[in-house]
Design a protein around this ligand. Structure first.
Ligand code: TRP
Length: 320
């Protein structure tokens, strides 16, 4: 079956290794064999904060990250929410297809509310999984490469597609999630690796910044390094990170480091991460900001055409 791939990121800051192993690697692998849309989810930024912040700068940085990891603008349509009114308009019929209780149960919404800096939960925060369904369905996406934390959103998207089709006739496919090979990479010091939690290694970080972050990472006092996710989560996470960068199992790395302790572990991790990121960082420096801007404008045009067609179909199916 021919898939259409859709995925995206919020432009809230630089992408990090969690994104890379969770989804970016999959995108690069899939481009060219399937039509692919990559969304810069700029409206989603204001789900968990009052203002969009340095939005233009963050969008440019995100574009640079995409192109540096190897997304090819000739194969992939990169676009932004705020340039596609028709995508956003799908939110209206979609909201009518889910109950408040169904949104309330969404574990990712709960987690985001917990970590949000806002005093009250906004209507946009509450409904953003439905907005995300519009992101996926505007182009009739069938495959969504995402990290594990986004699975509940793909579930809601399937539900919305199914209900829309039942009520109005078949318009939408039911998309599936595609997970990266890595289990959810935790941040340095535990919790989800997240730019807003200050525990992430950005793809654009320098080698020195990377070394400093890893130096500060929490470990434990046991000298012998072992891979034990249940009892030694911080050590296990560092081993996992190095293992992903080196294409090796965390167990074999642990064995090799053995009695070297946290210092040896950290030096292995630093070396592995910096080697892994070296070509990505080099490519980033070669990119021309004007060209990058043009890539986004072109992507917006292509995505908008797609959204117009879907919204027309939706209106027709609903009898509007
Ligand atoms: N919610 C995603 C995140 O915070 C970003 C996103 C927005 C997305 N729309 C999407 C991901 C559609 C996949 C599909 O990382």
């Amino acid at each position: 079956m021919k898939h259409t791939v859709l995925t995206g990121d919020r432009p809230t800051g630089p992408l990090h290794l969690g994104h890379y192993f969770g989804t970016l690697a999959n995108r690069v692998a899939l481009q060219g064999t399937h039509p692919m849309y990559v969304l810069i989810a700029d409206y989603q930024v204001i789900t968990d904060r009052d203002r969009p912040g340095a939005i233009q700068r963050n969008i440019t940085e995100l574009m640079l990250d995409y192109l540096a990891v190897g997304l090819d603008p000739d194969q992939v349509t990169i676009f932004q929410h705020s340039a596609i009114p028709e995508l956003n308009q799908l939110l209206l019929p979609f909201l009518s297809l889910v109950s408040v209780a169904e949104i309330q149960r969404n574990p990712t919404v709960k987690d985001e509310i917990e970590h949000s800096s806002q005093a009250a939960v906004s209507g946009l925060m509450f409904t953003y999984p439905v907005h995300q369904a519009a992101d996926i369905l505007f182009c009739k996406g069938t495959l969504v490469p995402v990290g594990k934390d986004q699975l509940p959103h793909v579930e809601i998207t399937r539900l919305i597609a199914r209900r829309f089709n039942e009520r109005y006739g078949r318009v939408f496919p039911e998309p599936q999630a595609l997970m990266g090979d890595s289990p959810l990479l935790a941040g340095l010091g535990g919790g989800k690796m997240s730019k807003s939690r200050g525990n992430a290694i950005a793809l654009s970080a320098t080698a020195d910044e990377t070394a400093a972050l890893i130096r500060k990472a929490r470990t434990d006092s046991e000298r012998r390094i072992t891979f034990d996710e249940a009892n030694r989560p911080e050590v296990a996470n560092l081993l996992l990170l190095a293992g992903l960068c080196l294409g090796r199992s965390p167990e074999s790395l642990a064995e090799e480091i053995g009695d070297g302790g946290a210092a040896a572990l950290k030096s292995v991790v630093t070396e592995a991460v910096n080697e892994f990121l070296r070509p990505i960082r080099a490519r980033r420096l070669e990119l021309d900001p004007d060209e990058v801007r043009k890539v986004l404008l072109k992507g917006n045009e292509v995505a908008r055409e797609r959204a117009v067609r879907t919204l027309d179909e939706v209106r027709a199916a609903m009898g509007f």
